[in-house]
Ligand binder design. Sequence first.
Ligand code: PLP
Length: 385
Amino acid sequence: MSVPDARAIEFGCAPKRGPTFVRGSVATLWDEDGNEYIDCGASFGVGNLGHCNPAIVEAIQAQARELIHIGPVFGTTAKATFVEKLLSVAPRNLGRVFLSNSGSEAVEAAIKFARASTRRKKIIAAMRGFHGRTMGALSATWRKDFREPFEPLVPGFEHVPFNDIEALQKAVDHDTAAVILEAVQGEGGVHVASPEYLPAAREACDRTGALLILDEVQTGMGRTGRLFAVERWGVEPDLLTLAKSLAGGVPIGATLATEDVERAFQGSHNSTFGGNPLACAAATAAIGYTVRERLWERADHLGTIGVEKLRGLEAPSVREVRGLGLMIGIELRGKAAPVLQAMQEEGVLAIGGGSSVVRLLPPLVIPEDQWSSALDVLGRTLSHG
Ligand SMILES: *Cc1c(COP(=O)(O)O)cnc(C)c1O
């Protein structure tokens, strides 16, 4: 039963590679020809709970029978339940939530909230950082090839080298509305913030009255071995963005803020689909499952196994293995694309991070033997490369 290849008529710049998928379960994917793959990144960091997690499926089915959509100015029990649940697990200083539909939208909201509450213009972001593709989020994103064709972007953005405390201190001044950072740069190739970097960013913001935005779109929901990566650094952001795995695979974005930020905010911002009951019900189930199963501990455990195994390879094609929890980057001396292709042919799907990094973002629920097989495939590929 073959379907026409939609990729031929889709407008989009995502590199198209290989299979068309029909089904997924936990960490396994099947394509239309019945081939089986281990997913170590195909869902781009969305799949923390695995494909078609029954807890999510049931929540969606139950909610779909009750109410699928109501506009954002009205309350729903699905939204109220989710918001309360999210705030109960989020960093305690964050008491307000704005809901949207994607990571980029969560970042857009954070940027808008920062500007409209500080009434300042400047936003400091990091080189190699990634915050999304809409114009505001893109202005905070670093990669030239993502930015250039769309210039002029939003004015007022400045980039500083990641993990360079002095450069950050110099850049943040009394015109700075916000500093936006990832605790672990994902798209940029899995670069982990040093233990001192985020506290120093907090301090620079406090000194000048700027806000600290932590973009946890990729690092949130257990991915790095904590429910939120920021827990490892012990800083309190003013704004925190979530998306990707937050609703177990259903599109959602969330921008968390302190009550102070909300109090100072003057303006309006909204989203038609933001906080829609279906996404909220899925997200409530996703948080419930993550907390019940303590998935961040699995991420920590499996991530440690993975990094040790990959470092032990001592393959000449590997420059460095980096990671935090189940967010792992293997920096190669050459291009990542041929390695990704070779792995795919062996039934393991991973993604790139920059041009020379193989990035692994497997579901946190991946069975240990499957994780081990995937690492073996990667190891063999690297040793032959
Ligand atoms: C993926 C990502 C985004 C953008 O999310 P979309 O849902 O693709 O808009 C923003 N920030 C970070 C850190 C991301 O990893």
